[in-house]
Structure formats: C-alpha cells, structure tokens
Write a protein that binds this ligand. Structure first.
Ligand SMILES: C[S@@+](CC[C@H](N)C(=O)[O-])C[C@H]1O[C@@H](n2cnc3c(N)ncnc32)[C@H](O)[C@@H]1O
Length: 192
C-alpha cells in the first residue's frame, strides 16, 4: 500500500508552512490527541497503550520546535523524560533519533539503521524485539500496527504514527507541546 503523509519537520526543505488552529484535546472514538509538554510528565491517557513509538527532535531541531510551540525546553530534559518512560512504564518502545541519543537511554534490545524522509536515522528498540529487516519509519509503524492495538506517541507532530494505526482500525494516544499539531490532527479527521 502506497502511503503519503504530512510530517512535522524542522528541516527547511520539508517544512510545512500551512497554519492550523490551536487545539488542546481531541477525541475520535477510542483515540485521543492532546497538548502536553513531555518534560512535565506523561498524561494518564497513555496508560492504555500497548506500545510506544516516538520521533522526538534532534538537538539541532529543538530551537525551531520551541519557537513554534512557544515553550522553551531542552533536548537533554526531553531525552531524560523519554528514558524514564522506557524504564518506568516497561512497555514495548521504539524511539527514533540520532546516534548520540543512545547515551541518554537504557541499553536498547536492538538498534536499527533506517530511513526517514530519505535521511538515515537510528531506531532504538526497548522492552521488545522487532523485525530487523524493516527499512523505514513507515515500515516500523505498519509492522507495529499489525501486532499492537493502541500506539502512544508523546512527540506526535502531525500524528503519522496514530494515523497509520487508525488505517488498520487500531487506536492512538498522541501528544505534542505544539497545539497546532493537535489542530492539524483534529482538522484531518473532521475533513474526512
Ligand atoms: C520530528 S517531529 C515529529 C514528527 C512526527 N513524527 C510527525 O508525524 O509529524 C518532533 C515533534 O516533537 C515535538 N516536541 C518537541 N519537544 C516536545 C516536548 N517537550 N513535549 C512534547 N512534544 C515535543 C515537536 O513539537 C515536534 O512536533
């Protein structure tokens, strides 16, 4: 199945310049998208997820995302928050990021080199194992959608992970500290 999706990127060449309304909370059946700054904790809504997948910013993207959300956070604090989720929630978790991100995390079960938007990134796999032949972020999310019921993505951007789960008839819990990302997701479902 050929799939094409909008992606919230700090990279100039693929930035989306459209504007979206600021929304704090959106519910669609069993699925939720909500505003949340992860450095302040993980909302209770994520308890029902059976898998976490997230694609947090690279260090170089932090200023761009902070400016867009109007919230100042630090890359290191975000990585520490994610590391605590991996350790404390103990759920199957896949995090994509740069090579250096590994120093913030507990020891991964697998590290896959994959492509995301044509760039090479690392997929760190915790508390589970996945098919090591997967080649892209989209492959990984499709794979997870076949195995799990509810994905949790706490740096969701425009909600690619949740939208793929929805296509499979599964549900999502998504959050981002940029209310316009939640506005995009709400608009996407209301305009279907
Ligand atoms: C690379 S983008 C994710 C793109 C996403 N996979 C998509 O489908 O569009 C990283 C996201 O992390 C979000 N983010 C950065 N710091 C955050 C924080 N402290 N809490 C929650 N979200 C954060 C940014 O707003 C941005 O949407």
């Amino acid at each position: 199945m050929k799939q094409s999706f909008k992606y919230h990127s700090a990279l100039k060449q693929i930035r989306c310049n459209e504007d979206f309304p600021e929304i704090e909370y959106f519910k669609k059946g069993k699925s939720i998208a909500m505003f949340n700054d992860l450095t302040r904790g993980l909302p209770i809504e994520f308890d029902k997820c059976d898998v976490f997948y997230s694609d947090p910013p690279y260090p170089a993207g932090m200023n761009y995302f902070n400016k867009k959300s109007n919230i100042q956070t630090k890359y290191n604090d975000l990585m520490i928050a994610i590391s605590n989720i991996i350790l404390n929630k103990n759920k199957p978790t896949i995090i994509t990021n740069c090579k250096n991100a590994v120093k913030f995390f507990p020891s991964p079960n697998q590290i896959l080199k994959i492509k995301m938007n044509s760039s090479e990134v690392y997929a760190y796999v915790f508390n589970t194992e996945i098919d090591s032949s997967l080649k892209t972020n989209i492959d990984i999310i499709n794979y997870l959608a076949c195995k799990f019921n509810t994905i949790g993505d706490f740096c969701c951007g425009y909600g690619l992970s949740g939208i793929i789960f929805d296509i499979y008839g599964k549900s999502f819990v998504l959050s981002d500290y940029n209310k316009k990302c939640i506005g995009y997701i709400k608009q996407k479902y209301e305009n279907l």
